[in-house]
Design a protein. Structure first.
Length: 555
């Protein structure tokens, strides 16, 4: 029961349903009881008894309805009416129909904290929330020795959500080591799905009782409208059986693309959320090491979508070397580092759409290694082309960086197979490498291989022995990923300037075994390159030879 003051010089008391919706609604029953008239033409709410009125505004609303659906052929309303109890978000069920209880196991002495002072507006929000929970028997008065301070977390719409600051409690809590599914696990079950729904449980954690001793979104994906209706009915029936309730205003039904676990899911695959991409694009240049670590953490949530993540983030990661967890040291930004920072943001804006794995499609693993890292891309053949499923790259340690080319490339295959093991088990697939000697690895006796090579080949053979050669220029993605520590510090304009002063180049121009040609650069300058082989090879003047030698392989 609430008292409303609408500016009509009298209190209006009425039993309202408190729903978690963006805008409150005054129903016809309320208007009828107090003889209130809505004059849309004059934008007035008129008291039919006193003839007093208040002025209002007519504003446009979004298309976000209580039930979001793009597929009118699926009768969502009929399904929800079939289970009326689960779609009443005003109250948590008094009768719990499941036996799940939440246990908090702690050690040490009870901790307590003083209550924090709140400004009047936030205090009113907190009181309203606790009144709701008390009235619905979600909470009860407590005389416990344990206490944690109240914290109001900001929500997307500008309002606040009261919650506890449980950092001290968490330090004394024995963690529940329940395995959480990885995002990749969801991708494997989404192949060929076209219709999606997402059900949000109403105050999900309030529906699980706490024992006396002391992610809640559901994704439904189907291949057709008819199948989706069957799936929805099964899920709603299950929720109803166990007395769980859903939040209609936050649920989405029967759409062709949906946001889930930080990704945009479509029939074609998954990609980063546009609003998350925009947040990264608007991210200001970090001033200290801690801010940079935060930026890279946000960016690397979508690392599996980024072709060039390892390469473009290398210089930024140099700032994190030797840093502490909350390092406030100022960053001395160089021009090159600022370029890489902006490049990282742009890469996310151009992130690759990853296909959902399909066990019925041909599979391949493209790998490559450089002096400092290995990289790979897992692809499947669909729609007459190879489509990426996921990317992988890893920096080599000091010992591995001293490996021979053969050992580095073999290590790249070995680590890539281990990383993608959950995709590759039981599948027939081909491994592609740009190091031709590896194609004969399984055609020789293992007793001729070094012990480390034998162990790695033995592991790889459990998944595939089909290794084929691919030219380096056709293995661009894996080659780029392998250059984890390679920084884009090569300025071709400077090389072009140095070529004009290089005496050796002048003598080489007369050698018939080379085919030197000038290639224009965007700046208008010309770069001398050798085209006598299948690759275009820039001539490196003496002043740059040492730098290029340490940064590039495969030219």
């Amino acid at each position: 029961m609430l008292n409303l003051d609408l500016g009509l010089s009298r209190d209006l008391q009425f039993p309202f349903i408190i729903a978690d919706v963006p805008k409150g609604i005054l129903g016809a029953d309320f208007l009828h009881k107090y003889n209130l008239l809505v004059d849309i033409n004059k934008k007035k709410l008129i008291d039919g008894i006193t003839n007093l009125f208040v002025l209002g505004d007519i504003t446009a609303i979004s298309n976000d309805n209580a039930i979001s659906t793009l597929n009118k052929s699926i009768k969502i309303s009929n399904l929800l009416l079939k289970y009326p109890e689960i779609s009443r978000p005003n109250l948590v069920p008094k009768e719990i129909k499941h036996d799940v209880k939440h246990f908090i196991e702690t050690n040490g002495q009870p901790i307590h904290a003083k209550a924090r002072q709140l400004d009047p507006q936030r205090l009113a929000i907190a009181k309203e929330e606790f009144t709701f929970m008390l009235n619905n028997e979600i909470i009860r008065p407590s005389n416990s020795q344990w206490s944690s301070p109240l914290h109001l977390a900001a929500k997307k719409d500008g309002s606040y959500r009261p919650c506890g600051d449980y950092r001290q409690l968490n330090a004394q809590t024995i963690p529940d080591r329940y395995p959480i599914p990885r995002l990749e696990d969801f991708h494997q079950i989404l192949k060929e799905t076209k219709i999606f729904s997402k059900i949000d449980l109403f105050k999900a954690y309030f529906q699980i009782p706490i024992a006396e001793e002391y992610k809640y979104d559901i994704l439904i994906a189907s291949k057709s409208n008819q199948e989706h209706e069957i799936h929805l009915n099964l899920v709603l029936e299950r929720l109803n059986t166990f007395g769980l309730r859903i939040n209609i205003s936050k649920s989405v039904f029967a759409v062709e693309e949906i946001e889930f676990l930080g990704c945009l899911i479509t029939p074609q695959g998954s990609s980063p959320l546009p609003d998350k991409v925009q947040a990264i694009m608007n991210y200001k240049r970090p001033e200290n090491v801690q801010d940079l670590r935060t930026f890279l953490g946000i960016l690397n949530f979508y690392r599996r979508y980024l072709k060039y993540a390892a390469k473009n983030q290398a210089l930024l990661h140099e700032y994190l070397k030797g840093s502490k967890k909350k390092d406030k040291r100022k960053i001395q930004w160089t021009d090159e580092a600022e370029k890489q920072f902006e490049k990282c943001k742009n890469d996310l804006a151009n992130a690759t759409l990853l296909s959902f794995p399909n066990s019925e499609l041909p599979l391949s693993l493209f790998t490559d290694a450089s002096d400092t890292a290995i990289g790979a891309v897992l692809q499947q053949y669909e729609n007459s082309t190879w489509q990426p499923i996921a990317f992988y790259s890893k920096k080599l340690n000091d010992t591995q960086q001293n490996y021979s080319t053969y050992d580095s490339e073999l290590l790249g295959i070995y680590l890539s197979v281990k990383h993608f093991k959950h995709y590759l088990e039981g599948r027939t697939f081909t491994i592609y490498t740009d190091h031709k000697p590896l194609t004969f690895a399984f055609h020789q006796k293992l007793d001729k291989a070094a012990p480390r090579q034998a162990r790695q080949l033995n592991y790889i053979s459990q998944f595939s022995t089909d290794i084929k050669y691919i030219k380096g220029e056709n293995n661009i993605v894996a080659d780029t990923l392998s250059r984890v520590t390679e920084v884009s510090s090569i300025d071709y304009d400077q090389i072009a300037d140095a070529q004009t002063q290089d005496e050796e180049l002048k003598s080489l121009q007369t050698i018939t075994s080379l085919n030197l040609k000038e290639y224009p650069l965007p700046s208008g300058k010309y770069l001398w390159c050798d085209t006598s082989t299948s690759k275009i090879r820039p001539y490196i003047p003496e002043a740059f030879q040492k730098q290029i030698f340490h940064h590039i392989h495969g030219l």
